[in-house]
Design a protein around this ligand. Structure first.
Ligand code: ADP
Ligand code: ZN
Ligand code: MG
Length: 494
């Protein structure tokens, strides 16, 4: 029998707010010292009252706007009751029946559209740290009460690859919107995958019947998302092949052994006894002017999908090179400044030439150099202006492509003007002999004695004259090759 997989994702992301969800403690997910950012509210002391973080609400609504989703007019928080050492209150403030965002769509780069069921806001739990030496479990409350969003998709994905594509695209969107750094390795973004399989002829026949789903947790990289889903698809197909029934359960991804292991079955599932959070007022979102959907939409920056289209159209970039720009905002800003710099000498080099050289030098050479030198584009000494100049020199054949690479390395390391570097490094291939002759004549006029000495056979005097001419050329921003200067001096002094 042929089976078709179905995947739905539940993705949590820590929001990038200044303070926690319901108190004024710092929201600092990178804080290394345990139990520094805490107070009676996020420690769940009796008698304390939560105070809502408006910025967190705005961030989730912004994501909703980006997903073309329905933004709630009215919303509220609910208590999700369960006991665990990392949950000091004994309940998590979450949203159950009235999420901030519902019914959206995320369009993937492949063109596939995945429906978004909902996005809601809640608070993160503390972090349990298992200490091997003492065999104790320690609790770090820095994370307790950090604003957390949860996005739930419809079961619209058909393969591990699609699920990974979805998670990666969502990460990009979260970063573009400044909602979350969404780093999976740091736990800022957590993906849970619901996986089922069903006989192909039962799906897509208008009477689709999905198979029993298994939820996979503890996935902490994009690679693991793909592997966990593929593992689950195979495991389920093999089980069905043996005549077994898939039971609804939660499994965990064991990265060390590259497999999923059963954690709990449906029967053991929690009853969270949700009820409306009595300590927080209902959210009358339609009464907050800055939360109006038109306003949130108008404030959206250019999103990855639109940027891809624009880069394809304006610059003809595709594939991996395009994705480098899409994934690195600063690098693409640098590229676009280089292109606009290049408008100034458009009469000398055609725009398409500039664009294709800039794309190639940035996505391969510069990206490689940044990695090698552990530098980031924001803190470079090299300006887009200087980089553009380098490209122009390369386009005009003033330097070889090997030379351009060497000069680029120097500029990446310490900035500087490419013409000057080319002169110092003897990389200029051609020099405008006419203007160099003018310089040489002036240097000779100013140093008649040196010329006499050279004519009498004093080599050092020629070196002196060349040095003077180099200095003069540099002042005039003329690329001068010392070898060519030498030839001109020899010719003139004959
Ligand atoms: P639960 O009530 O168990 O939480 P939901 O209906 O809320 O289940 O769905 C949770 C997630 O599981 C969603 O992302 C949804 O798309 C996905 N899902 C639901 N049914 C299936 C299925 N049969 N196969 C794969 N994913 C599913
Ligand atoms: Zn606090
Ligand atoms: Mg559910």
């Amino acid at each position: 029998m042929k089976f078709e997989p179905t995947i739905g994702l539940e993705i949590h992301a820590e929001l990038k707010t200044k303070t926690k969800m319901f108190c004024e403690c710092l929201n600092d997910p990178l804080e290394k010292r345990p139990n520094l950012n805490l107070c009676p509210i996020c420690l769940g002391h009796p008698g304390t009252l939560p105070l809502m973080n408006k910025e967190a609400v705005r961030l989730v609504l912004t994501l909703g706007a980006a997903l073309g989703a329905k933004l709630a007019d009215d919303s509220r928080f609910d208590r999700k009751n369960y006991f665990y050492p990392d949950l000091p209150k004994g309940y998590q403030i979450s949203q159950y029946l009235h999420p901030l965002v519902s019914a959206g769509v995320l369009k993937l780069p492949s063109g596939k559209e995945v429906r978004i069921t909902r996005v809601h806001l809640e608070e993160d739990a503390a972090r349990n740290v298992h200490d091997n030496d003492s065999k104790a479990t320690l609790v770090d409350f820095n994370r307790a009460g950090v604003p957390l969003m949860e996005l739930v998709t419809e079961p619209d994905m058909k393969s591990a690859a699609e699920a990974v594509e979805f998670a990666e695209e969502l990460q990009l969107i979260l970063r573009y919107l400044g909602i979350s750094d969404a780093d999976m390795e740091k736990g800022q973004m957590r993906v849970e995958a619901n996986v089922s399989i069903a006989p192909a002829d039962e799906l897509g026949n208008g009477f689709s019947k999905l198979g029993t789903k298994v939820e996979v947790k503890n996935i902490n990289s994009f690679r693991a998302v793909g592997r966990a889903i593929d593992f689950e698809i195979n495991r389920q197909a093999e089980a069905i092949g043996r005549g077994e029934k898939i039971k609804q359960e939660t499994r965990g991804w064991d990265d060390a052994h590259q497999k999923t292991v059963s954690q709990r079955s449906k029967e053991e599932a929690h009853d969270y006894r949700y009820f409306p959070e009595p300590d927080l007022p209902p959210l009358k979102l339609s009464e907050v002017p800055e939360f109006a959907p038109e306003i949130l939409k108008a404030e959206l920056p250019e999103l990855p999908l639109a940027k891809r289209e624009r880069f394809r159209e304006e610059y003809g970039v595709e594939g991996e090179k395009l994705e480098i720009f899409i994934h690195d905002k600063k690098l693409s800003e640098f590229f676009e400044s280089v292109v606009s710099e290049a408008e100034r000498w458009i009469d000398k080099v055609p725009k398409e030439k500039i664009i294709s050289l800039a794309v190639n030098y940035i996505t391969s050479d510069l990206v490689g150099l940044l990695k090698e030198l552990a530098l980031s584009i924001e803190n470079l000494e090299m300006s887009p202006e200087n980089f553009g100049e380098l490209i122009k020199m390369s386009a005009l054949g003033e330097i070889s492509s090997r030379g351009a690479k060497d000069i680029l390395r120097i500029m990446t390391e310490r900035g500087g003007d490419p013409t000057e570097i080319a002169i110092q490094e003897g990389q200029l291939q051609t020099s405008e002999t006419g203007s160099l002759e003018g310089i040489v004549k002036r240097v000779i006029d100013a140093n008649p004695k040196a010329l006499e000495d050279y004519k009498k056979g004093k080599e050092a005097s020629l070196q002196f004259l060349i040095g003077q001419a180099m200095r003069e050329a540099k002042n005039q921003k003329i690329g001068a090759n010392p070898q060519i200067l030498k030839e001109i001096f020899q010719k003139i002094s004959k």
